[in-house]
Design a binder for this molecule. Structure first.
Ligand code: ZN
Length: 294
């Protein structure tokens, strides 16, 4: 059996790092005046996530699909302030909750030029963890670094904060993989990227190119089926990763999508899950469940 983890980075519409700013800004807001972009709250747009929230959550619930959300705390806070009824939907048993920064900070400072010392990084992750746990009345289990960029201190900090696993690294593989211990008790659940020379042609297991129209539905599906087919080891997993806004915002076209286009993107996602289920070789799960069962 291959485990399939559906993982959603719940963040502002396409988080963009900007120079000299700890917080990210939403790409569609990038031309806004400086005073607005200086404010971490005002420079976050949740429109994309909100536009597709109902069809996407309904899809996950209808499939009874265990899923992991890595929350940018700011976006979750905005969701609570603007659409509190949606927050209760995220509390369902099938959903697992993780941290994805407070304001989608570039922890490394490589993109922003703002480097963070260990205390500052701890403060950000701890504050985000507390906010998410309080809003969702939950216990946070996992962490995914914004931009998939961790520092030399990140794993130590996660251990200190009793977070059980990280999922911020890529690993090259042509089949399902297994998690491993990375620091003390902290486990790492890497994200697969397939080798360029493989039949799957350098695909990251993020659905990004699919929603950007850079890869076709049938190619993406056949790549995931190939990954399952190549997998021999029990307990191994493949994560399918996506962003909470990507059903409804196209970056290369710089536009929010229509209701019909959103429905179509959700349909493609459903089709991918159905095709994987039809193999009879997969179990839908989450990293937390995977760890608890062992
Ligand atoms: Zn993100």
């Amino acid at each position: 059996m291959v485990y399939i983890f559906v993982c959603i980075d719940f963040d502002r519409d396409y988080a963009l790092p900007i120079k000299n700013s700890k917080h990210a800004i939403s790409y569609p807001l990038k031309e806004q005046p400086k005073e607005i972009l200086k404010d971490p709250k005002l420079s976050a747009s949740l429109k994309g996530t909100l536009d597709c929230f109902e069809p996407f959550i309904n899809c996950l619930t209808d499939f009874n699909l265990p899923s992991t959300f890595y929350f940018e705390a700011r976006s979750l806070k905005l969701l609570k302030e603007t659409n509190s009824k949606y927050v209760s939907l995220l509390k369902k048993q099938i959903f697992e909750h993780g941290v994805h920064g407070f304001d989608h900070e570039d922890l490394t400072g490589e993109e922003t030029g703002v480097s963070l010392n260990r205390d500052e990084e701890t403060h950000i992750i701890k504050r985000a963890q507390a906010e998410i746990e309080s809003i969702l009345d939950t216990k946070v289990y996992g962490f995914r670094a914004p931009y998939m960029k961790n520092t030399a201190n990140t794993f130590d900090i996660l251990n200190e904060l009793n977070i059980r696993y990280d999922s911020s690294l890529y690993v090259e593989a042509e089949a399902a993989i297994k998690p491993y211990k990375i620091n003390g008790n902290l486990m790492e659940f890497p994200v697969i990227k397939t080798p360029k020379q493989s039949i799957m042609k350098g695909m990251y297991t993020y659905l990004w190119p699919l929603f950007e129209g850079k890869r076709k539905e049938e190619d993406v599906i056949s790549n995931y089926l190939q990954l399952v087919k190549n997998s021999q080891h029990d307990d191994s997993y493949i994560s399918i990763n996506l962003h909470s806004w990507h059903f409804s915002y196209n970056i290369s076209q710089g536009r929010y999508l229509s209701k019909m286009e959103i429905q179509e993107n959700v349909r493609i996602f459903e089709n991918l899950i159905s095709k994987l289920q039809e193999t009879g070789k997969i179990t839908l799960s989450t990293p937390k469940k995977w760890l608890e069962e062992r």
